[in-house]
Design a protein around this ligand. Structure first.
Ligand code: AMP
Ligand code: MG
Length: 418
């Protein structure tokens, strides 16, 4: 498991920008050690350990890009169309066969290897066949047309995938095209998740009049699994610092991260903080982000701890923008700040400068076809409906103070954040 010193997050101090806080957190975390070889069918979403370099050129042999007629470049009709006798025929999967004789053509199909000496293919749509069965090839085609030279896609020796790539379906495809059957990937990051608070109950159990069902834990576990983590569900821990401390200590020994939401804000009945102080240490990181209150960062016996705010929307936003990059660092995965699309604001908004805000919004096409972001009508950080009824978040950077309808803003879809 990760070995961090108790004070590695004890940076305290002034309010930090999200980017600065994330950079500081990520700098403290190193990738989990341990790798495994997985079959390509299991590789999607896993993190590549080493650079993948092409050991085979793609395409591996020069072939036709179209169905048509292959000829030698020196025979190309210059001024007018010319009839060519068809010497032979070749299809995908067949061997390249004999060289194309001077002045003749070879009937060829997409993916078939180019016959020796041929370097140009006429598309069958551009060719007519005369009464004698000859292919009448038009003038004006460029030498080399409609041919896919060996290695034009990826030459042997070219780096294809970087270490740290979270594999996507197209990445798995390129590994398969190289003839590989397995890839070496990092072991999955193990994360323990719990909730805390006397007002929180387990779905399915009896609920007191002033209690609500735990929703965050299920959201966080789902978000963790989407990014490839192995999740241990520690349930809802009681308001008993001693009991929490014991569970956290055990959890820390077997996980790469402990993640929670709620019960760790500065004003709370501080059972979680007290528990962590018994077995490790914890500090509040004041980040200039809304929705989102301070995020608790801690270390328990070398294992990092992240405590997100309890309000579901604050939990969601701080997971996406703070916890997720931290988990990528543990996973050994490259992380880039999500980039949104520029869309037109269909709302007005005022905010404090110096703070980054995320506005829940839906997309619609404006009258001119340009996409517009429509703000969810209410703002509470506790409104689950605001996450359900919208398509994503408009990111308003620190320097912005007002938004008027019509201004271009950066929109991030939920799927780009999950
Ligand atoms: P806290 O961060 O503990 O002050 O919690 C802020 C708000 O989030 C309170 O209204 C809590 O009841 C609520 N909350 C805390 N934990 C959860 C949870 N696991 N699921 C849903 N709501 C929660
Ligand atoms: Mg609470």
């Amino acid at each position: 498991m990760a070995q961090l010193s108790d004070d590695c997050f004890a940076l305290g101090g002034p309010m930090r920008s999200v980017d600065e806080a994330v950079a500081l957190i990520v700098a403290q975390l190193s990738p989990v050690d341990g790798a495994e070889r997985v079959a390509l069918g299991e590789a999607d979403g896993r993190v590549l350990v080493q650079d993948l370099v092409a050991r085979l050129s793609l395409p591996p042999f020069t072939n036709s890009a179209v169905d048509g007629y292959a000829v030698r470049g020196e025979d190309l009709p210059a001024g007018e169309a010319l009839p060519f006798e068809v010497a032979s025929r070749t299809q995908a999967g067949m061997s390249a066969g004999a060289p194309v004789p001077p002045g003749k053509a070879v009937r060829i199909f997409t993916g078939a290897p180019m016959p020796p000496d041929a370097d140009t293919v006429f598309m069958q749509e551009d060719v007519t066949v005369d009464e004698e069965g000859r292919a009448v090839l038009p003038a004006g085609l460029k030498r080399g047309a409609n041919v896919r030279p060996a290695g034009e896609d990826i030459p042997e020796g070219r780096p294809i995938l970087p270490a740290g790539r979270r594999l996507r379906p197209q990445d798995v495809a390129v590994a398969a095209a190289q003839g590989l059957t397995e890839l070496e990937v990092r072991r999955r990051v193990r994360v323990a998740v719990f909730s805390n608070g006397d007002e929180i109950v387990e779905p399915g159990r009896a609920r007191g009049a002033s209690q609500l069902y735990d929703s965050n834990r299920f959201m966080l576990a789902a978000m963790l699994r989407r990014i490839g983590c192995l999740v241990t569900d520690l349930g809802i821990l009681p308001d008993d610092a001693g009991a929490i401390a014991g569970i956290l200590e055990q959890g820390a020994a077997r996980h790469d991260l402990i993640l929670t939401s709620g019960g760790v804000s500065t004003g709370d009945a501080d059972y979680v903080k007290a528990a962590i102080d018994q077995v490790g240490s914890m500090v509040f990181w004041r980040m200039a982000i809304k929705p989102g209150r301070p995020v608790a960062m801690g270390v328990i016996k070398g294992c990092p701890f992240i405590g997100l705010p309890g309000n579901p929307v604050a939990s969601f936003v701080t997971f996406a923008h703070v916890a997720r990059p931290a988990i990528f660092a543990l996973a050994g995965a490259e992380w880039r700040r999500p980039v949104g699309a520029q869309v037109r604001a269909a709302f007005s908004y005022r905010k404090k400068s110096g703070r980054r805000e995320y506005v829940r919004a839906s997309l619609r096409a404006g009258e001119d076809g340009l996409l517009e972001a429509v703000k969810f009508p209410r703002e509470g950080a506790g409104l689950l409906s605001s996450l359900i009824d919208t398509d994503g978040l408009v990111e308003l950077s620190e320097d912005i103070t007002t938004i008027e309808p019509g201004r271009m803003v950066e929109f991030m879809t939920y799927s780009s954040l999950l």
